[in-house]
Design a protein around this ligand. Sequence first.
Ligand SMILES: [Zn+2]
Length: 106
Amino acid sequence: MKLHQQRTCIGCRTSTDRKELIRWVLNDDAPPRAVLLDVHSNASGRGAWTHENEKCVRQAVQRRAFARAFRAPVDDATVLAQFTAREDRPGASRLSGNHDESGSEI
Ligand SMILES: [Zn+2]
């Protein structure tokens, strides 16, 4: 039975249900292979997992855990930025279209 697949967060190294984690994959296009957030958790190839919190993501970068997980030299410079951008999306998207400030400027 594979109903409860366990994965290990490469930041804090806690093993948990994969639903609790976000997945990272390698960009295969360029030689310095960049670590990319796998938004839908279904990209092919080897994946690395972290909790959905900045502390674990940061810890993974600091420990070079991505390189270890992928068994290759990786470019993880944008990992934290990707995670932060991902966090910003849901709430911030509504505010961006708000040009309708009906200020009574004369
Ligand atoms: Zn963690």
